[in-house]
Design a protein around this ligand. Structure first.
Ligand SMILES: [Zn+2]
Length: 167
């Protein structure tokens, strides 16, 4: 008997992980972008439970706390239709860190290469604008976005006509 390195359940197999966890691990084998030590670490940190028939391991999305499963089959996930499928996300893609986190597919696709902490700030600021779309909030969002990315925009927008509508 061995203990699975991810879920801690006992198993008889040869691999480090139990059959259910190994299905997920093996998806990422031989992919240089996903070092196995990081894959195992991310899965260990996100492990939640087994499915009822114990054939699949369930994990928790690092961004939303939503519990889900990885897609065991290969094939491209559609951003919206496969929103709730779990994936592994590079937490800070532009840094040297190879740290991975478990993420819902929709979040991973929306996030693309935005660093972990900044993604939340962008989404909150954008959500505030979407909540009440008007010129004032558009300018507010623009200012916040500029601060976040640390850049001035090249186009100097003309002054807004506060009060809205066509002048
Ligand atoms: Zn396991």
């Amino acid at each position: 008997m061995k203990r699975c390195d991810i879920c801690g359940d006992e198993h008889f197999g040869e691999s480090l992980s139990c059959e259910a966890c190994h299905k997920v691990v093996s998806k990422y084998q031989n992919k240089p972008k996903y070092p196995m030590a990081e894959v195992r670490k991310a899965l260990r940190g996100a492990y939640y439970s087994k499915s009822e028939e114990k054939k699949e391991s369930c994990f928790k999305c690092a961004y939303t706390g939503i519990i889900g499963k990885f897609n065991i089959q290969d094939g491209t996930l559609r951003t919206f239709d496969d929103a709730l499928v779990l994936t592994l996300d590079h937490k800070n893609p532009n840094s040297n860190s190879k740290e991975l986190v478990v993420s819902l597919n929709i979040i991973n696709k929306m996030k693309t290469d935005i660093p972990f902490g900044d993604f939340k700030k962008v989404v909150i600021a954008l959500g505030e604008y979407f909540n009440e779309e008007n010129d004032r909030n558009s300018k507010k969002f623009e200012k916040e976005l500029k601060q976040m990315v640390g850049k001035e925009i090249l186009v100097d927008a003309p002054e807004f006509h506060l009060g809205g509508g066509m002048a």
